[in-house]
Design a protein around this ligand. Structure first.
Ligand code: PLP
Length: 381
């Protein structure tokens, strides 16, 4: 890396965020009228889980994504957990996931007593590499008594969880076909991909269900929050019911017939989210402009950014550049941190961390390649 490259980068980023002493990787952006909206919710006195605002938030999600059902919850991790539990992913089952992503996706599987199996990711999208998945399934699976069985572990391969990392959507039609062929459930972790489309389909349009996160570092935040998106009315109804303590409203009190969960998104969070959802096109426009600025900076430097597939209209949630090798990556990160610019390497390879060391995995050469080269860049707007 030419010596002036990093110092030019430092100056460039400081110019983007001139008022910040320390430049974080990603913090939430708030809109001018947000306090007013939150005050309106406080004044209503209904700030908790029975708030009508949570339902309004869900309706807005439906209209923005074109996915017919949405259920708002306390976060995406528990949205994954509860919905997988309901659709029958249980102790001893296996779920195939990409080897690089934020750990919550794998944790939601483990919480069920199920087991993640990690396959390699695509170098361009950092999402699941479908060719590698095909190879893994051909080599490692067999059908027994109508069930897809992992030849090595003898466990049932129940589902594939695609993760739309960085808001990029990979070849989902192909993945959907593959899952159908193998009789596996397709789940979409779209935590990072609110506002991302592939052609005309929003993230979450292919799976049995998908989740979105509204954590503080996402395009739209509710402080903490998540949602399930699905094409299936009955599934949405059941998840809404279970996430609301399985409460059956009654004229004189409530009735419970089964064990529920207290996971519904409170109204106070939804009110913040609703005002942000109303501004989603402007927020994404700002994200896109930032992505374009970085693109111009890197042009001619010999380094390229990770770029969404051509079919995508991306939310450009998080910007990332591909460097040449591990040493260069570490030096770049070290110098940026000295200048209080909080860049970070891509997420660690999940089965290389102690917590998932025992998990089964395929060939992870692309994951390793990305881990050594990819740096996430400040992406607040
Ligand atoms: C890919 C992915 N999955 C799941 C989650 C979990 O989201 P939450 O923090 O809303 O539980 C995140 C959060 O960053 C994520 O990036």
């Amino acid at each position: 890396m030419p010596p002036e490259f990093t110092s030019n980068f430092v100056e460039f980023v400081k110019n983007i965020y001139p008022s910040k002493d320390t430049i974080p990787l990603h913090v939430a952006s708030f809109l001018p009228n947000e306090l007013e909206i939150i005050k309106h919710c406080l004044d209503s006195g209904v700030i908790s889980t029975y708030s009508q605002i949570t339902t309004e938030f869900e309706n807005k999600l439906i209209s923005l994504t074109g996915i017919p059902y949405a259920v708002a919850m306390v976060n995406a991790t528990m949205s994954l957990y509860l919905t997988m539990k309901y659709i029958g992913i249980s102790e001893g089952d296996e779920v195939i996931l990409p080897a690089i992503s934020f750990i919550a996706a794998a944790n939601s599987v483990t919480m069920l007593g199920a087991h993640p199996v990690f396959v390699d990711v695509d170098k361009k999208t950092t999402g699941m590499d479908i060719e590698k998945l095909k190879e893994w399934l051909t080599k490692n699976s067999t059908v027994k008594n109508g069930k897809l069985i992992n030849k090595k572990s003898r466990r049932t391969l129940k589902a594939v969880m695609a993760v739309h990392s960085l808001g990029f959507i990979g070849a989902m039609d192909e993945l959907q076909t593959l899952c159908k062929r193998y009789g596996m459930i397709l789940i979409e972790d779209g935590a990072q991909s609110l506002g991302s489309f592939s052609d005309t389909k929003h993230a979450g349009s292919w799976g049995e269900f998908a989740v979105i996160s509204f954590n503080g570092n996402k395009v739209v935040t509710t402080g903490g929050g998540g949602a399930v998106l699905t094409q299936h009315k009955k599934l949405a109804q059941k998840i809404r019911h279970l996430s609301d303590n399985a409460r059956i409203p009654h004229q004189y009190g409530t009735m419970y017939k089964e064990i529920g969960y207290n996971l519904r998104m409170p109204g106070i969070n939804a009110s913040l989210g609703l005002s942000q959802l109303n501004a989603l096109p402007q927020l994404i426009e700002r994200k896109k402009k930032l992505f374009e600025k970085y693109n111009i900076f890197f042009k001619g430097t010999g380094y390229a950014m990770l770029t969404p597939p051509v079919e995508n209209v991306s939310n450009h949630w998080l910007n990332a550049v591909v460097l040449t090798n591990l040493r260069e990556r570490n030096n770049f990160i070290g110098t940026c941190h000295q200048h209080k610019i909080m860049v970070s390497p891509i997420w660690r390879i999940l089965p290389e961390m102690p917590v998932y060391k025992q998990a089964q995995k395929g060939d992870l050469s692309n994951s390793k390649w990305l881990w050594e080269r990819v740096v996430f860049l400040p992406s607040s707007i």
